[in-house]
Design a protein around this ligand. Structure first.
Ligand SMILES: Nc1ncnc2c1ncn2[C@@H]1O[C@H](COP(=O)(O)OP(=O)(O)OP(=O)(O)O)[C@@H](O)[C@H]1O
Length: 246
């Protein structure tokens, strides 16, 4: 039996969430009554025009922004709503959620290996083990020869790969990525998407990727299309279609 047929469960669910930002005197409605569950072992792509609320959804699902109304549930237990102090969930985020943003956001005065290592040490992994794990992760992304370089000495694509290694350091149950391949060339981009596919299939991580790039649609289980702060369509991606045809 292959991994993809193992039962999956809902890891994080955003329920009936709306989000309004204040922009000067104006209110901007970024999400309207959005419900979406992210399941273990599932690779979800989120697509939609600029300003449709994709990043806002990731921020709410990742407990970096509270919804204005609605709730976020972790394994069926409510974990956040409009009144939750998200600072109190910092430890929870560190141990359960991996984030990858458009920009790598590495710490400039730490080397590549130290940038990954620190994510482990914050979670009480001993320095020696943390370094070994960090080196292993960097090697997986073809960065073994770059581990002692500082971010300013790395290309944009290399920096992004370090940030992916950092996001995976603590074995998150959920990985949220916002345009992770935007700074990568085609083959590096595919390599990253294939890592996400493996994380979902083998490690049963719930992976959710915001992307504008139509080349990856074959690799997703499902594609969620957003428009104007709402989900307008959920369709099977290529991975799910391939399975249905087995
Ligand atoms: N911090 C903020 N303050 C004010 N308005 C915001 C803020 N963040 C997002 N918005 C607004 O909310 C709406 C949704 O933004 P969001 O970034 O979620 O869209 P997106 O689909 O991710 O866009 P893109 O593809 O351009 O990244 C937009 O109108 C945006 O301008």
């Amino acid at each position: 039996m292959t991994a993809q047929f193992w039962p999956s469960h809902v890891v994080m669910e955003v329920r009936n969430a709306s989000k309004t930002y204040l922009s000067g005197a104006n209110e901007v409605r970024a999400l309207t009554d959005m419900t979406l569950a992210l399941k273990s072992g599932e690779l979800t792509g989120i697509v939609g025009p600029s300003g449709s609320g994709k990043t806002t959804f990731l921020m709410i699902a990742g407990l970096l922004e509270p919804p204005t109304s609605g709730t976020v549930h972790f394994r069926d237990q409510p974990i956040a709503n409009a009144t939750t102090r998200l600072n109190n969930l910092r430890d929870f985020r560190r141990t359960h959620v991996g984030f990858i943003f458009q920009k790598a956001n590495l710490i400039p005065f730490l080397t590549a290996v130290e940038n990954v290592q620190i994510a482990l040490e914050i979670n009480d992994v001993r320095p020696k083990q943390a370094k070994a794990r960090a080196r292993e992760l960097l090697a997986q992304f073809g960065l073994d020869h770059r581990e002692n370089n500082y971010p300013s000495q790395l290309s944009g694509g290399e920096q992004q790969r370090v940030s992916i290694a950092r996001a995976l350091a603590n074995d998150p149950v959920m990985l949220l990525a916002d345009e992770p391949t935007a700074a990568l060339d085609g083959s590096r981009g595919r390599q990253v998407m294939e890592v996400f596919r493996t994380l979902a299939d083998v490690h049963r991580v719930a992976v959710c990727v915001v992307t504008h790039d139509p080349r990856w649609s074959d690799i997703f289980d499902r594609i969620v299309e957003m428009s104007d702060g709402r989900v307008v369509e959920v369709r099977p991606g290529g991975a799910m279609k391939a399975r249905l045809q087995v």
